[in-house]
Design a protein around this ligand. Structure first.
Ligand code: ARG
Ligand code: ZN
Length: 888
């Protein structure tokens, strides 16, 4: 045990149970920024009032971090050093009057700000990131979301370097000043928490459009980008207008300010930020054209634009009381953006994509030392809780409420939620209470989803008596312990189910006591007890087959006895598209695990002919939509399969999945060749659902053709790469070459670089390709690339492209048995933690899964975790992630 670790002060834990309402409100804030890279002066005039219930002696506490306090005055009178206390990051004003104005002036240094929180510079553009606690790096303020304030912001800067000056709200004044400077004043009439404050200043181009709202107001829309990138922002603009229309139609939510501005910057810790009227985006989620962006990029742009826009109501107009309630806005907004995308694109595939992400990232989080409920009850650093659990599982919890209540009552609940809490900072309890009130449904037990971590597991027992037509379904639920929660109460789990007869037709379902059967087939069962028994009568079939958890109605895992022939039947016949895919994944997973077993034992594996037959049938089924057919043909990812293993074995799993692919390809060679040739039409590239589906199917197909590893493959695929007229097909072909140790691979990588070396977004793809190659020696290539002139550790997108890709998408190399991958990651975490703790902490995640591996790897990973936590000064962020990963 390292003594350094034991003697270092432990960062404090913040607890939900300790919440107290703020003693003072800040009614308005008048801010002025005199911008300078090294010394920006920020003046704030706050109009402060004591909250009615607060006793007279209450102290006003303001947060402030890395601020140089120049002056402070109360009601216009300068305070002497004895009239306030500034300790650490808290400024205390003792016994202030009932209402007063507080003037402060501070100096900050945007230029040296490499944490990218607060005010920083990205390519000579000043910008801000205040969520969750960045505003305290800008000015002294009660930096907590339950203090809602109207902001007036004046920005002063040299005119030539910074012609564009933006903040929240509407522009109310602007003009020239002496010395080549100019100013702009923005006023945001909507009270908001400080985390939604934003400021941008720089020399930016913009594209403009407008949107007529349902009530006839015309909103000016602008997207600000680097000069020369105008045409690449069009898709983002179109996406924005679609999102605005959708929120009016789906939720009656109209936009409220006169302008809506988006700014794209290239240094950004996250994807994007919903600041009121001034969204700031990581530029990879704005810029796109067919030459440089893939289908997935377009898809992400549309959904993230929508996500941030939807926050205007779910997050900004109605916000969170405290950061424990983060899923109140994030889970809800993810749910809303998922519904939007499902309507814009292929809804079955959207559900498949979302569930795939959930099962790999969130289920793994729930199963490990970092498990937490969607509403955590304690944290050391809130930045560590922008997790898959809060976002993705948070969205599933909202979806379950919609399933239990039905769409109509859910929508009524949403309407009431928005109107009742408009302009307020509220809690998850408030949300659920609103849903209970409008629907008359008791959601008390359901609320355990907010407080209990872990993925419930449901065991399924079926009994059918063909004589009486009685079908009995017994469901047992349990949930494994998670840190701090050894015993779980049973969850309230909505399960959409259906029964399919031997002809593949949906059987109308009639529950005991029902006098009528449900004509649609699908019914929602509500499992509330540890064991639930559900009986259906008059089931007219000799062999009814169960389709359960349709559309993934609940975020659970399941165990059931199902033969592979039943699985094959359901892949072909289930009327629920999601479950056709899900059962196919189960089938493939068991096939691959069987191969793995053979490989480990030194036996020669061979695929079940029934499985090959099922795959062949899907491949030739032209009645299926392209994207859906592609999803059915694609084998489950290594990440997913590994979650189904007792002990993860990344290297053998990689081999086993390859064997399966090769055998499928060999068996159906003719089918894949024909299918691929049939798809080679000359339809011009369009980033729409149809085109994307076609390219998906092409990619999966080509993947099988290449899986044969015949000598001519690399040449053939390289030709396709050379002739591709869009980035999607370039990347799809390069991905295949990337797994081959061939001259074609190196040539294609070089071609890509030469052609796009001036485009940082494509260069990031190029870094990611190197980092994801399964070829041996990849780690040393990655290490070398850290020194590449285009690489920059200070840029989060580059960290994600090179380091993140290697550790998250390259399991064979990251989990190399000598432990080199783990050491590499720990080195980067220590390095990055010195300037960007938020990014460093995010990189810890893959190390947190150490318990899932055999002892050798466990020990290697733990050694690295220990090394990080005993380092000189780990940040609060990294300290929490590593400490919790180690189970402390
Ligand atoms: N609210 C932003 C988004 O969803 C995420 C901001 C996260 N920022 C952070 N520093 N953790 O949509
Ligand atoms: Zn969000």
């Amino acid at each position: 045990m390292n003594t350094q670790y034991t003697t270092k002060p432990t960062p404090p834990t913040i607890r939900l149970a300790d919440y107290t309402a703020p003693p003072y409100r800040v009614i308005s804030a008048d801010l002025s920024f005199n911008l300078d890279p090294e010394r920006t002066m920020v003046r704030a005039t706050l109009e402060v009032a004591r909250a009615t219930e607060t006793e007279s002696s209450a102290t006003l506490e303001l947060n402030g971090e890395s601020l140089d306090l120049i002056s402070i005055a109360l009601n216009g009178r300068k305070l002497s050093v004895s009239e306030y206390i500034l300790t650490g990051n808290i400024l205390k004003i003792l016994s202030p009057p009932k209402s007063f104005t507080l003037d402060t002036e501070v100096a900050i240094a945007p230029e040296g700000n490499e944490a990218l929180e607060g005010l920083f510079r990205s390519n000579n553009v000043y910008c801000t990131q205040c969520e969750p606690e960045g505003f305290r790096r800008i000015s002294f303020f009660p930096d907590r979301p339950d203090v809602m304030t109207t902001y007036r912001t004046t920005i002063i800067a040299p005119k030539d370097g910074y012609p564009v000056l933006l903040s929240n709200g509407n522009l109310v004044d602007s003009g020239e000043m002496e010395g080549g400077r100019h100013f702009a004043t923005w006023y945001d009439p909507f009270p908001k928490p400080s985390y939604l404050f934003a400021l941008v200043a720089g020399d930016l181009a913009y594209i403009e459009d407008n949107f007529r709202t349902v009530s006839g107001r015309v909103i000016q829309l602008r997207i600000y980008i680097e000069h020369g990138k105008e045409s690449r922002s069009r898709y983002a603009m179109e996406s924005l207008k679609r999102a605005m229309r959708w929120d009016e139609q789906a939720y009656s939510r109209e936009y409220d300010l006169d302008v809506f501005n988006i700014v794209a910057v290239s240094d950004f810790n996250m994807g994007a930020m919903e600041n009121k009227g001034l969204n700031i985006f990581n530029d990879r989620f704005i810029l796109a054209d067919p030459e440089t962006a893939t289908d997935i990029d377009y898809y992400l742009i549309e959904s993230i634009i929508a996500h941030e826009y939807f926050h205007n109501w779910s997050g900004n107009r109605v916000t969170c009381r405290d950061w424990f309630q983060l899923c109140l806005k994030e889970g809800l907004t993810v749910f809303r953006d998922q519904e939007f995308t499902a309507e814009m694109r292929n809804s079955a595939n959207k559900r498949i994509d979302d569930v795939s992400v959930l099962r790999v990232s969130q289920f793994r989080e729930d199963a490990g030392p970092l498990a937490h409920p969607i509403r955590p009850d304690n944290y050391i650093e809130i930045n560590n809780f922008y997790t898959s659990t809060v976002y993705q599982k948070g969205a599933e919890v909202i979806r379950m409420m919609q399933t239990i209540l039905g769409k109509e009552k859910f929508r009524k609940g949403m309407d009431l939620y928005f109107s009742r809490y408009d302009g307020q900072a509220v809690t998850c309890d408030d949300f659920v209470a609103t849903m209970e009130e409008t629907s008359g449904t008791d959601l008390k037990q359901f609320k355990l989803w907010y407080s209990q971590a872990g993925t419930p597991h449901v065991e399924i027992d079926e009994f059918f008596d063909p004589q009486s037509g009685i079908y009995k379904l017994t469901l047992h639920q349990n949930c494994k312990p998670t840190p701090g929660q050894p015993i779980k109460e049973p969850f309230h789990i909505p399960l959409a189910i259906g029964l399919i007869d031997e002809l593949g037709t949906e059987i109308p379902l009639q529950t005991e006591g029902d006098d009528q059967a449900h004509s649609t087939g699908t019914v929602i069962l509500e499992l509330k007890e540890p064991t639930g028994v559900f009986i259906f009568e008059n089931v007219n079939s000799s062999n009814p087959r169960l389709s359960i958890n349709r559309s993934f109605s609940a975020p659970i895992t399941m165990a059931r006895k199902q033969t592979s022939s039943d699985q094959a039947f359901m892949v072909a016949r289930d009327s629920d598209p999601f479950n056709r895919w899900a059962v196919g994944q189960e089938y493939s997973t068991s096939v691959i695990l069987d191969i793995l077993d053979h490989l480990v034992k030194g036996h020669t594996p061979s695929l079940d002919p029934a499985f090959l037959d099922a795959m062949g049938k899907v491949a030739v089924d032209t009645s299926l939509d392209d994207a859906f057919r592609a999803s059915l043909l694609e084998l489950p990812t290594e990440d997913y399969i590994s979650t189904c293993m007792a002990v993860e074995d990344p290297i053998n799993l990689h081999k086993a999945r390859k064997v399966a692919r090769r055998q499928i390809a060999a068996h159906h060679r003719k089918i894949f060749d024909e299918l691929y040739n049939g798809l080679r039409t000359d339809i011009p590239y369009a980033p729409d659902a149809a085109g994307m589906g076609r390219r998906m199917l092409k990619r999966v197909n080509l993947g099988y053709i290449a899986a044969l590893e015949s000598p001519e493959t690399a040449g053939y695929v390289k030709d396709l790469f050379d002739n591709a007229d869009n980035m999607t097909e370039r990347m799809d072909t390069l991905d295949i070459l990337n797994a081959t140790d061939t001259p074609q691979r190196s040539q294609a990588l070089q071609d890509l670089y030469d052609r796009f070396e001036n485009d940082h977004l494509v260069v990031n793809k190029w870094f990611a390709l190197h980092a994801s190659s399964p070829l041996p020696g990849t780690l040393s290539v990655v290490k070398k690339l850290l020194g590449h002139p285009a690489f920059d550790l200070k840029n989060p997108n580059k960290i994600r492209a090179l380091v993140g890709t290697f550790t998250n998408l390259n399991s064979v190399n990251f989990h190399a048995i000598d432990g080199s991958g783990y050491k590499f990651l720990a080195d980067r975490i220590l390095e990055i933690d010195k300037f960007n703790p938020l990014m460093a902490a995010r990189l810890v995640l893959p190390l947190g899964r150490w318990k899932r591996f055999a002892p050798t790897r466990q020990l290697q990973i733990k050694t690295q975790l220990e090394r990080i936590i005993t380092a000189q000064t780990p940040s609060r962020d990294v300290y929490e992630m590593v400490g919790k990963s180690l189970g402390r």
